[in-house]
Design a protein around this ligand. Structure first.
Ligand SMILES: Nc1nc2c(ncn2[C@@H]2O[C@H](COP(=O)(O)OP(=O)(O)OP(=O)(O)O)[C@@H](O)[C@H]2O)c(=O)[nH]1
Length: 260
């Protein structure tokens, strides 16, 4: 049977409020039962309120946690984006630095370090049947250019030669600034005869070059010492022979190619 509690409560309330029942033997017990009932309801209400506010608190907490999580996630994404960007910039700066460390700033040709790197790579390859020549190129009487036209014109001459010589060599070899007014040419796969022909063409091209700097016209020439790789050669021995050949070219009157 279903009990209608509100009707029952109303009825009990009415009995307790009726003065004729004040002396009824069950009046006191009913009064206390009613009191207990009220207390129980109050407790239930308190517990319900507590549970509601606890649920409320948990929901708020969950919301704030999820908001914090989202905020952290966005920050993390931002940091990742920044870090990716910096890594790209760093990579570029590194490669630019590496480039500048290997390029001669005046002529923009590979510098001595780069040439040595290149030579080392070549020498690491299998020695058998290696066909390889190197040529040391030195500008003749370059001191006179500086003395007569000034250091700036001297620089301009080096820049002009740094453009003219690679144009002759093209894909046949590899040229770099060795230092001062000296250049080094690497000629992989070239026999002594082929290298000599190429260096002769380069010497001639330079001798015929007419340079004009602010109306100052001048010509110049280069001496070239060539050496061909021999069995058992080291980088040092190959370069020393090219140097010796260059010395010979200078001694023989300059503007010529000599082979050691
Ligand atoms: N303008 C300029 N001069 C340089 C540079 N590097 C070296 N020189 C000059 O090159 C000159 C080389 O002089 P030397 O070693 O006597 O040789 P040279 O006058 O060319 O005579 P030979 O080599 O015997 O034909 C020196 O005066 C150096 O100062 C440079 O980067 N710019």
């Amino acid at each position: 049977m279903k009990i209608d509690f509100s009707a029952l409560e109303e009825e009990v309330q009415r009995i307790l409020d009726t003065p004729e029942y004040d002396d009824h033997p069950a009046r006191d017990a009913l009064g206390r039962l009613w009191e207990m009932n009220l207390n129980q309801w109050n407790r239930v209400e308190r517990i319900t309120r507590l549970s509601d506010s606890y649920q409320d608190m948990m929901m708020k907490r969950e919301k704030s946690l999820s908001a914090r999580f989202d905020r952290h996630l966005r920050q993390l994404e931002k940091i990742t984006r920044i870090s990716d960007h910096y890594q790209r910039v760093l990579k570029q700066v590194n490669s630019e630095l590496e480039q500048t460390a290997l390029i001669d700033p005046l002529t923009e040709l590979p510098n001595r370090r780069m040439m040595m790197k290149r030579l080392s790579t070549e020498f690491e390859r299998d020695e058998r049947d290696k066909v390889y020549c190197v040529a040391m190129v030195d500008v003749d009487h370059f001191k006179l250019v500086n003395d007569e036209y000034g250091h700036q014109v001297g620089d301009d001459v080096l820049v002009a030669l740094g453009k003219a010589m690679p144009a002759v060599i093209a894909q046949e070899g590899y040229i770099g600034r060795w230092g001062g007014e000296e250049f080094l040419v690497l000629l992989p796969g070239k026999s002594r005869q082929q290298a000599q022909q190429l260096m002769e063409a380069m010497r001639l091209a330079i001798a015929e070059l007419e340079l004009d700097f602010d109306g100052k016209r001048l010509t110049t020439s280069v001496s070239i010492g060539l050496s061909e790789h021999r069995q058992g050669d080291t980088i040092d021995s190959l370069l020393t022979r090219a140097d010796d050949a260059l010395y010979a070219a200078k001694s023989l009157g300059r503007n010529q190619v000599t082979v050691d």
